[in-house]
Ligand binder design. Structure first.
Ligand SMILES: *Cc1c(COP(=O)(O)O)cnc(C)c1O
Length: 404
């Protein structure tokens, strides 16, 4: 009989969001009349914008005509889309051949773990987006979970706290093979500056580490001084892969379209270009992003599409400002929400699941407990700015009634 993958047994208590949903459902069962508002899961809520929707509809209709139909395409994505990503989002500092289009950043992170395998040593920001650690667990790269520390023995956790402005000193990094780094950060909303990323890149080059840089929220950066890509930093082409996505900037969470950038200069210890193996993985276990959706991606990057993207991002950032102002009024210390759609609220000395439960059961608002993102998230809850305006306004009214 098939044996269970022993690595899967190392994952404690299941994925964070199913647990949140379980608690939300229990609250709803206990209060059937309550209208629960979710500011928990980072899921987009606003409809696709007109120009992008039209491009998707037109591409779908084309598939129903003999001269518009297409089957499998290049696994790496439309040439035109790879070129447009390189031009519009990276100012041509990356080459279209280095851009591989996919069905999303999370999926790419999973496949990158396949690329590096069980022997890769890893460092992660703590707190962090769950797939960096959980995906590493599944491929066997983390060792066992230590209940007392709430950490995996084989992972180096870089604590990101108010004390270090959510940027750990790269000089403290041991020489790991991989460094997962997300900026703008989910969950803390922190964005690294150019100097900070330069310090990280310098240490990665010294230690011969590869940075896996997640820029899924880069269009949310409002401050023109802040870097939107690791490839704005000198030396990053020798030490970094970037993963990114159309999910959050244009609401493609359910549509599915992302990409990676893997520079040609990046090599393994034996000199093999990482891009060569990454191409091999993508052409082997992935069969290309949907052709219909790629037309949506092309539309999102033309002039009209980029204007619509700015509108969508602007809408969610207004939500973020409303939530931030509410927490400020309540006297709750909070971070982020200025260049990222997440607000990281601090409740010093409290257990983050207790704060989550209190907010849920007293005012029927769902947040995300910080401890779910790693041990340094203890004492925090995350508010997501993804929501209809009416829900955000209602949630802020209710939060003010919370007995803190
Ligand atoms: C939402 C999110 C993604 C996007 O993943 P997709 O699979 O492209 O939808 C990637 N990274 C982070 C940190 C996210 O929060």
């Amino acid at each position: 009989m098939a044996k269970r993958n022993a690595n899967l047994a190392k994952l404690p208590g299941g994925y964070l969001f199913p647990e949140i949903n379980r608690r939300k459902k229990a609250c709803q069962d206990a209060h059937p009349e309550a209208d629960i508002i979710s500011l928990g899961i980072g899921n987009t809520t606003e409809p696709l914008t007109p120009h992008i929707t039209q491009a998707l509809a037109k591409a779908a209709e084309g598939m129903g005509m003999s001269d518009g139909y297409s089957g499998y395409g290049d696994e790496q994505g439309f040439e035109a889309l790879r070129g447009k990503i390189a031009e519009k989002l990276y100012n041509n500092v990356v080459d279209p051949e280095e851009v591989l289009v996919s069905d999303g950043a999370k999926c790419d992170i999973g496949r990158l773990q396949l690329l590096f395998g069980a022997d890769a040593s890893v460092a992660v920001q703590d707190p962090s987006y769950p797939v960096y650690v959980d995906g590493s667990v599944i491929v066997g790269a983390t060792g066992d979970f230590d209940e007392s520390k709430q950490q995996y023995g084989g992972v180096h956790y870089m604590a990101c706290t108010p004390e270090n402005n959510f940027f750990p000193d790269p000089a403290d990094l041991p020489p790991t093979d991989l460094i997962y780094f997300c900026s703008p950060n989910n969950p803390t909303g922190a964005v690294a500056t150019k100097d900070q990323l330069k310090a990280l890149v310098d240490v990665a080059r010294k230690n011969r580490s590869i940075i896996i840089f997640d820029s899924a929220y880069s269009p949310y950066i409002c401050d023109p001084e802040l870097p939107r890509s690791i490839f704005e930093i000198d030396g990053a082409r020798e030490c970094a892969i970037e993963v990114s996505s159309f999910s959050k900037p244009v609401g493609f969470t359910g549509v599915r379209l992302g990409w990676t950038v893997c520079p040609k200069e990046l090599v393994f210890e034996d000199g093999t270009p990482v891009l060569q193996d990454w191409n091999r993985i993508m052409t082997t276990v992935f069969n290309g992003a949907s052709n219909i959706i790629q037309h949506g991606g092309l539309a999102a990057l033309d002039e009209q599409g980029l204007a619509e993207m700015r509108e969508t991002v602007g809408f969610y950032m207004e939500n973020a400002a409303l939530i931030k102002a509410c927490l400020d009024d309540m006297g709750v210390q909070n971070y982020g929400g200025e260049n990222a759609p997440y607000i990281w609220a601090h409740f010093p000395g409290c257990d983050s699941w207790d704060v989550f439960a209190k907010i849920l059961n007293e005012v029927f608002v769902v947040t995300t407990p910080g401890a779910g993102f790693g041990p340094a998230g203890q004492g925090f809850v995350r508010f997501s700015a993804f929501g209809h305006r009416k829900s955000i306004l209602e949630a802020t009214q209710r939060l003010k009634r919370l007995s803190l």
